[in-house]
Design a binder for this molecule. Structure first.
Ligand code: PEP
Ligand code: MG
Length: 864
């Protein structure tokens, strides 16, 4: 029921409007003009036109019948939407968001339908009035572009329920002085710094920031727009790296929140205040097209021999039997029973899903925790919830409404043509499945698998992956997912061979077919000849035995067959990685990428915060060496609060040590934190992107000064990364003053071959095995040797067991690798002697390409 009235009356001048919505006083007290509210955001009508009440009651009531579209998590503000779409925000007191809910008792939840006069929020007047500067309740029409509000007389005493204003759709309104003003908004333009655009993780962080205070924030890209509070809406913008976005924030905390979001996105460019924030929308993105339903593909007959090619998501070899996993088949009825009951059920299911996810996040670490955090942000997404509430109000069931709300967004994401975002659609589907399973009381997909199952599916949701009995899974083949999809990351972390993006043929493979999965070559053979199958089975068994033996011996220190010591250590990103590294046999840490402590936040970690993390890693390594690289920010590693200038070629600009010397305060703080780590001697400092001797000397000065300031006399070793060709070319000069050298082959290959490491089109040519890169490593090692310094490799080349003979032959004595490859590397090194390594290195340097080097190595070590 809409509380419509013709010719509103009640204490003020009757209004001449057809179909006007009568707005009743939501609270008793003194009715005053919105212009009298002692806050420029309300008095300036930045959020919209309205009125205010200085309350004498302590309960806020619905001013008309409608739906609760948002209830601020601090419970001090609520928005109600009438049946005709008019939306009114009621905000109890000023600066009350800071109370974080203390003193407020909500009587409604989002999605509730309320009648005029129903209680919305009660509050403790005595307590709150002590803590905030004003208890005045501004009542504001937030969609002034569609409706007009007129107040019928102010500066008078009113009781809750009195008719105080009318709202009429635009076009039908009598022109009035009290018409909604367009309102000012803080507008900030920003370019997207993340190389992957706005994907799930940044979208979640932005939404979190948007909801942290009193502001309504929208983000525009061209003619699209999204509410910043909706991670799904943000992903649907399809914003790519370097796209220019406009952040528009209205509200008391608008300026602060806009600036935080700009920082998360990549640093503000053009902050300004404009009065043109509420222009009509060119495109409303809330109703994307329904998903196209793909025809179910026809299955191939049993025994049909086929080969399917895809992309490697997780390397390895498997021989097994095909098992199809199709998407969930929940039986869902479209029609809802009782509206209020359906809303209650969906709300309860969302709450359970959020609680389950929260518990899982607390138990998990690393990428798994990040994936789950993105899922939690989807469960809390206001756009998804709003769409579902609306469908339930239209008579649909809770399950149908939730499924359809998600299906629409999934279809829209897939249509954007952005592979990263298309992969994130699987995360949304996961959230759909999770909530539906709770709603329908269905447990996870516990498909009973045969031994050596090779899973064939269109896609696998992370939760479906988690439900699989991994002891039975030999491999995974997916039609759609990409190599960076979350299921790919999970498969790689569990060492399960996986081929993805293999096309619809995957969906045609019937159950029970013999399969050979060669994930190294991204190839899948269905019904191969019996002889081949037997060979592969034998090879798989040999490989497993070898891996098991390598793992069993991985805790021993690593020596070559001729007795020469080679240290095999791990690359770490933070304290959470230490345990896995040690289990994998790491003899210490050769590269701690400290930038991970600085990413995805709005300000730098403090000295104490950094110190705590570094000390935790040192403690976790139990005396083993720890090499901490100073902040390597810039280019593809964006640290927004460093406020780096926009550069044409950021990879050639202020990055690594250059950025640190440009902003020495960040460096000083970090150096102090590292210098405090005990015991002295365990921890060393590594400097990224050293190109000249001056770079090294300038940082040394900072280190010396901070040592003096801290009163530390015990020396600390300082090494340099060899990532820039110049560093390799002048390694002799650098080694005279550096304590050790560590080659970063990722950047060294980038700068040697002039191929941007984030350019997917050239990714195959960016080959660290290229003889040009190897020559520079040789030069670095020669320079180091002149001064008796050791040389390690911490770039990705060190993680290839096959690279070990070449690198050792070139003079490298430390390999810092990913934890998962350590057992294999150690096993390889133990078979080597220096004479053979030198011969292999010589031969590699003389070859014509990286491909030729790989081929030669694969021929010499076919098992690796
Ligand atoms: C490298 O460049 O090889 C390296 C180890 O540094 P990062 O990959 O962190 O740039
Ligand atoms: Mg590097």
């Amino acid at each position: 029921m809409v509380d419509h009235t013709k010719n509103a009356s009640g204490g003020g001048k009757p209004l001449d409007a057809k179909d006007s919505l009568c707005l009743r006083a939501p609270i008793g007290g003194w009715l005053c003009s919105i212009a009298d509210v002692p806050d420029p955001v309300f008095s300036g009508r930045i959020l919209g036109d309205g009125f205010a009440v200085d309350p004498t009651d302590a309960t806020l009531r619905a001013p008309f019948s409608g739906i609760v579209t948002s209830l601020h998590r601090a419970h001090h503000a609520v928005t109600l939407r009438a049946e005709d779409g008019a939306e009114v925000l009621m905000h109890i007191g000023l600066d009350t968001v800071a109370l974080k809910g203390d003193g407020f008792t909500p009587h409604v939840a989002e999605g509730d339908r309320v009648k005029a006069g129903d209680p919305l929020i009660s509050f403790d007047m005595d307590v709150i009035s002590q803590l905030v500067r004003s208890l005045v309740v501004p009542v504001v029409l937030t969609n002034g572009e569609r409706f007009t509000l007129a107040v019928s007389g102010v500066d008078r005493e009113i009781a809750a329920g009195d008719e105080v204003a009318t709202i009429v759709p635009q076009g039908e309104a009598t022109p009035s002085k009290a018409n909604a003003s367009e309102g000012d908004a803080v507008i900030v333009k920003v370019r997207v710094a993340d190389p992957h655009g706005i994907h799930a993780r940044p979208a979640g962080l932005i939404a979190e920031a948007a909801k942290s205070g009193a502001a309504e924030v929208i983000i525009r890209l061209g003619d699209r727009k999204a509410s910043a509070a909706s991670p799904v809406g943000l992903m649907l913008l399809g914003a790519q790296h370097n796209d220019e976005l406009t952040i528009e924030a209205k509200g008391a905390d608008g300026a602060e929140i806009a600036s935080r979001i700009a920082t998360l996105l990549g640093g503000p460019e053009v902050p300004e205040v404009s009065a043109a924030a509420s222009a009509p929308e060119a495109v409303a993105s809330s109703e994307p097209a329904m998903p196209e339903v793909a025809e179910a593909p026809e299955l191939w007959g049993p025994g049909v021999a086929k080969t399917i090619d895809g992309t490697t998501a997780s390397p390895g070899l498997a021989a097994g039997v095909s098992v199809r996993i199709t998407s969930e088949d929940f039986e869902i009825s479209e029609a809802g029973a009782d509206v209020e009951q359906e809303i209650k059920e969906l709300r309860a299911a969302l709450k359970t899903a959020a609680t389950d996810l929260g518990a899982k996040i607390a138990e998990s670490k690393g990428q798994q925790a990040e994936i789950l955090t993105a899922h939690l942000s989807f469960v809390e997404d206001p756009d998804l919830r709003d769409a579902a509430w609306t469908m339930i109000r239209d008579g649909k069931s809770a399950a149908y409404a939730w499924k359809t709300a998600i299906d629409r967004q999934v279809a829209a994401l897939r249509k954007l043509g952005n592979p990263v975002l298309a992969e994130r659609a699987a995360d949304l589907e996961d959230v759909r499945r999770r909530v539906l399973a709770i709603l329908l009381g269905v447990s996870g997909s516990a498909t009973v698998l045969p031994d050596e199952a090779v899973i064939f599916a269109a896609d696998l949701l992370p939760s479906q992956f988690a439900d699989l009995d991994l002891s039975k899974v030999a491999g995974i083949v997916l039609a759609y997912a990409g190599p960076t999809a979350h299921v790919s990351i999970l498969a790689a972390s569990k060492g399960i061979p996986a081929v993805v993006a293999a096309g619809v043929g995957v969906l045609c493979v019937p159950d029970g077919q013999p399969v050979v999965l060669d994930a190294d070559r991204a190839s899948v053979r269905i019904n191969p000849p019996e002889g081949d199958l037997a060979d592969i089975r034998a090879a798989v068994v040999r490989r497993r035995e070898r891996l098991a033996a390598n793992r069993a011996a991985t805790q021993d220190d690593c020596y070559m067959a001729d007795g020469k010591r080679i240290e095999v250590v791990a690359n770490l990103g933070g304290p959470a990685d230490v345990a896995v590294a040690l289990e994998s046999g790491a003899e210490g840490c050769g590269l701690m990428r400290s930038e991970f402590l600085f990413l995805n936040r709005t300000s730098a970690p403090s000295e104490d915060e950094q110190y705590a993390q570094y000390q935790a890693i040192a403690d976790g390594l139990k005396g083993r060496p720890l090499i901490i690289r100073t902040l390597d920010a810039g280019a593809d590693k964006d640290v927004p609060y460093a406020n780096l200038p926009k550069e044409e070629n950021p990879a050639l600009g202020l990055r690594g040590v250059r950025m640190s010397l440009w902003q020495p305060e960040l460096l000083r703080t970090q150096i102090r934190a590292i210098l405090r780590v005990k015991p002295y001697g365990q921890t060393k400092i590594l400097l990224p992107m050293i190109a000249t001797l001056a770079d090294l000397r300038d940082v040394r000065k900072v280190i010396d000064a901070e040592m003096k300031a801290l009163g530390r006399t015990a020396p600390i070793e300082v090494g340099i990364m060899v990532e820039v060709p110049s560093a390799a070319l002048i390694s002799k000069t650098l080694a005279a003053e550096a304590d050790f050298l560590s080659v970063g082959t990722n950047d060294l290959a980038q700068y040697t071959l002039a191929i941007d490491r984030v350019n997917a089109r050239l990714a195959k040519q960016l080959d660290p095995f290229h003889p040009a890169v190897l020559r520079l490593i040789q030069l670095a090692a020669e320079g180091a040797r002149t001064h008796g310094r050791w040389v390690g490799v911490c770039g990705s080349l060190a993680s290839f067991p096959l690279a070990a003979p070449v690198l050792i032959g070139l003079g490298v004595t430390e390999l810092s690798a990913t934890a998962g490859s350590i057992a294999e590397i150690k096993a390889m090194v133990r078979t080597l002697d220096m004479t053979k390594c030198k011969a292999v290195a010589e031969a590699a340097l003389a070859l014509e390409s990286g491909e030729a080097v790989r081929r030669m190595l694969a021929q010499s070590w076919p098992e690796a």
